[in-house]
Design a protein around this ligand. Sequence first.
Ligand code: ADP
Length: 403
Amino acid sequence: MNVLVLNCGSSSLKYQLIDMDTHAVLCSGITERIGEAMGKITHKAFPGTPGQKVLNVEEPFADHTAALGRCAGLITGGEAPVAKASEIGAIGHRVVHGGEAFKQPTVIDPAVVETIKKFCKLAPLHNPAGLMGIEAATKLFPGVTQVAVFDTAFHGSIPDYAYLFPIPFELYEELGIRRYGFHGTSHGYVAKKLSQVLGKPFEQTSCVTVHLGNGCSMAAVKNGQCVDTSMGLTPLMGLMMGTRSGDVDPSLHPFLAENKGLTIQQVDSLLNKQSGLKGICGLNDMRDIHAARENGDKKAELALKMFCYRVTHYIGAYLAALDGCDAVVFTAGIGENDPDVRQHACETLGGIGVKIDKERNYGFKRGQITKISTDDSPVAVYIIPTNEELEIATQTYSLVNGK
Ligand code: ADP
């Protein structure tokens, strides 16, 4: 069976069609600038194979339904069709926020759509986009089972003492204010991969997963169950990120209001868009930061140190919380590709059982699962490439096939 995976942003739509027998990606693509004067699709048929064909389309798309309709045309017809429409067996949607209602992937029906709508308040930038994708796919592929896979779901096992904030309890009851966590599909995927690599049942695997991409988060997984994660009510909490601050003193809001005359919205925008790596050195892509450091940029050096220190700090906290850990797993754009970040982040963790082998760390091969700890390290350290699309497809496929 082929599963179509959709990941919608407010003006973008990413897709992959995956053959679940072989896990081959039949095509992948991204549609950008939906709703603008001119839109763009970059479509790859049979990506990464000798038969790869790249198609570029530039035309306006009024909405997500128009955009997905055009993508469906590229998938099933035209210059490089990869499957017939009838061969799309199920559609898996990435939905960012499932609140407390969805701790598992869920077959979409009108009641599920209504519940996802309720969580738009908690993810105002993301859930409406996911809903647009669901609406488009339901119109264009009537009769094909649609499944919602939630970013928050993997964190559904976090205990109350870890997910509650120490603020008046009524606010949790009234507004659902608590830690939800994000990137759950990625944390779950690499944790499961680790259990396969170690040859252990997932239910007996404990690890700290470190997802460092544009957004950065960590999770503590005890015996296959997530018990803590660094993001909170929103994806602003926790680690330092490209443009997001991560943890700051919450009194910053009134302080900035009083001393800089900023509104709450301006402070929120400052913490989300002007902070993190960018706030310290003006750059938010780790590759640019390394280039700047090499040219003697002291602020770029400081930004890197701050970024790594936060990772160290959280690894230490999660090892303490786990009380027994098989491995620390680095994943996503920075986690998979940046040996300097991994080296610095683990440098001071030898005393608590995390010892990196410098040669292994720097000798990693892009896209490969690699053990980078020393043989005598009590806690292993791995690079495990994430694959959120495959995880969404796998969860969709399992649900549709009753597994
Ligand atoms: P997203 O969170 O959007 O899925 P990714 O996981 O693709 O992001 O990570 C994107 C980030 O990864 C980029 O902003 C960049 O900082 C970083 N990155 C990608 N390649 C490298 C590399 N070779 N070295 C260091 N950082 C990298």
